[in-house]
Design a protein around this ligand. Structure first.
Ligand SMILES: *[C@@H]1O[C@H](CO)[C@@H](O)[C@H](O)[C@H]1NC(C)=O
Ligand SMILES: *[C@@H]1O[C@H](CO)[C@@H](O)[C@H](O)[C@H]1NC(C)=O
Ligand SMILES: *[C@@H]1O[C@H](CO)[C@@H](O)[C@H](O)[C@H]1NC(C)=O
Length: 531
């Protein structure tokens, strides 16, 4: 009797613990950047969480995730939203400003603010019956999404779509060194060993941008924080904490990169590289017509995609020049271009596609190179399939990405300018065709990206669930978060040492005076004695 009661209790306990293990949590995922290269990553994250049994509420501008009973979509995109972003006005010549641009910080804040002020998000914030176990927010040069976790009293996980940098790492640790790592908006990699002027320039840049981050945090985001969140927090019977306390309260930072791809910034325990998590699950079947076309391309395929709407915005003379280059090639050129404006006389080996099945094209064994704008995601995808690239960067972060790729022998940079673009592109294409080292370096990167302990998507899920299970992974928190700037850079210690040095110099002076006096005094007595 006793035994059977016991076993009933045991079974009940087991069922309860199994139910707890199996029960999914409720996760709020926010990807506010209106660009398919960002929402594509959000989509994959959401799908991974749904498959693992969690309920997901997804705030985004565009998604392909199918509706289901455990999935709630909060669509903040405009009705006209298509799958690709516009790159703004295309600027072919580099800007002449000497000061680093801080525009991306303002852009980041306005994107986050726009999402948070959307009436559907405001409705979510004011709905006191809503609760979440975790918030996963995309970090895009702004911390304004951090207080979401405070509203729902749950942990926060940051997700960065690009490589790690001091700007993102400082949210969960401290800024990484400017001596050998640059921010994503610098136009080139540091050359090693760095000379004094070079390091001075980089330190000045970090100080300048840090000052802007400070300004944005205190004078732009803090007022916005109170406007956006105060009511939501008060409705839940609490007073809003200080914005800065929430900003640095993220449990984890997930970085969509890999040390073999980016700058290889060393990460603290609460930041993880999960780059390529979207690559294994994506459908890489080519549509039939493209499959046949690529299968028959005996001399190889050059995949040309400048991302966004850059191809369409190219000046007519640049398009003609590109066409002249492609006409002379034996290879098939697959060009992602909407409509045929300016390309009516495309040669027979140029195939225009409106929508490029990106990964499927890169995966095809006949694809031998990709000509790209150098978005970090495109670079990652090309490397995953071992395809070398020709980079034609148009924005700052792309300049850096292509510089990294070129420095590792995986890419050639061609400036997208009016003058001599055809000649320079032609030269780069023949360099990659003729010199196998680019392809072999890309294949080496591919091997590194695929050689993992567990698939990246599994790792992503593990860290997200860990944050949820442990109430914010407190064991992984960085002690550096408790330091002030003064303590972090030993400014107070330097001040003490300076004071000590000053004091010792004074003491030395006093001793010298006495010593001199003593010397002259003895001289006086000796003189006396001799008299
Ligand atoms: C997840 O969603 C299902 C269906 O809507 C619901 O029954 C369940 O209680 C939800 N779980 C959590 C943890 O919110
Ligand atoms: C993958 O994509 C191809 C072509 O776009 C399509 O025909 C196929 O049905 C897709 N497969 C899956 C499993 O979605
Ligand atoms: C091939 O390219 C690599 C990297 O740029 C270079 O070091 C090497 O000398 C090149 N080889 C030839 C034969 O040009």
């Amino acid at each position: 009797m006793q035994c059977s009661t016991l076993s009933v209790v045991c079974v009940a306990a087991l069922v309860v613990s199994l139910a707890q293990l199996g029960a999914g949590g409720a996760v709020l995922v926010v990807f506010p950047v209106p660009s398919r290269s960002h929402t594509l990553l959000g989509d994959h994250l959401v799908t991974t969480l749904l498959h693992a049994g969690h309920n997901v509420t997804y705030v985004t501008t565009f998604t392909r995730v199918k509706a289901s009973d455990r999935f709630t979509l909060i669509d903040i995109g405009s009705a006209a939203d298509d799958e690709e972003e516009s790159s703004g006005t295309l600027r072919l010549e580099p800007s002449s400003s000497r000061l680093p641009s801080h525009q991306f910080l303002a852009d980041g804040t306005s994107i986050a603010e726009g999402a948070l002020r959307h009436r559907r998000v405001q409705a979510l914030l004011k709905d006191v019956t809503q609760s979440f176990d975790l918030v996963v927010a995309e970090w895009y040069y702004s911390g304004l999404l951090a207080p979401l976790a405070a509203v729902f009293e749950c942990p926060l996980v940051w997700y960065s779509a690009g490589d790690a940098s001091w700007l993102s790492v400082q949210l969960v640790h401290e800024p990484s060194s400017a001596t050998y790592f640059v921010d994503p908006m610098s136009t080139s990699l540091p050359r090693l060993p760095p000379g004094v002027p070079d390091r001075l320039r980089r330190l000045a840049r970090q100080a300048y941008l840090s000052a802007w981050v400070y300004y944005m945090t205190h004078y732009v985001e803090t007022p916005a924080y109170y406007e956006i969140y105060q009511l939501a927090i008060q409705l839940r019977g609490r007073t809003p904490p200080l914005y800065e306390a929430l900003l640095y309260d993220g449990a984890l930072l997930l970085v969509n990169s890999h040390p073999a791809l980016g700058q290889g910034v060393p990460l603290p325990n609460n930041a993880k590289y999960i780059g390529g998590h979207h690559l294994t699950a994506t459908n890489t079947t080519l549509p039939k017509n493209l499959q046949t076309l690529l299968d028959n391309a005996k001399h190889g395929v050059i995949y040309f995609n400048l991302g966004g709407t850059v191809s369409e915005e190219l000046p007519l003379e640049v398009k003609r020049e590109l066409m002249r280059v492609f006409r002379q090639l034996e290879q098939l050129v697959v060009w992602r271009h909407r409509g045929a404006s300016g390309l009516q006389h495309a040669p027979g080996n140029v195939h225009l596609v409106e929508r490029a099945p990106h990964l499927a094209l890169l995966k095809h064994p006949n694809t031998i190179m990709m000509i790209t704008h150098g978005g970090f995601l495109s670079y990652m995808e090309a490397m995953y399939y071992g395809v070398p690239i020709i980079g034609m960067p148009v924005q700052e972060d792309q300049l850096l990405t292509i510089d990294i790729a070129a420095s590792r022998g995986r890419a050639i940079k061609v400036h997208l300018s009016h003058a001599g673009i055809g000649y320079k592109l032609n030269e780069a294409i023949f360099e990659i065709l003729g010199n196998y080292s680019y392809r072999s370096n890309a294949k080496e990167a591919s091997a590194l990206l695929r050689d993992r302990l567990v698939p990246a998507s599994q790792e992503l899920l593990y860290w997200v669930e860990l944050a949820m299970r442990t109430g914010g992974a407190p064991a992984l928190r960085s002690p550096a978060l408790q330091l002030s700037t003064m303590e972090r850079y030993h400014l107070d210690v330097a001040a003490v040492l300076l004071m000590l040095a000053w004091f010792l110099s004074k003491v030395a002076k006093v001793i010298k005076v006495y010593w001199d006096d003593f010397g002259t005094d003895t001289q006086y007595f000796e003189d006396k004695k001799n008299e």
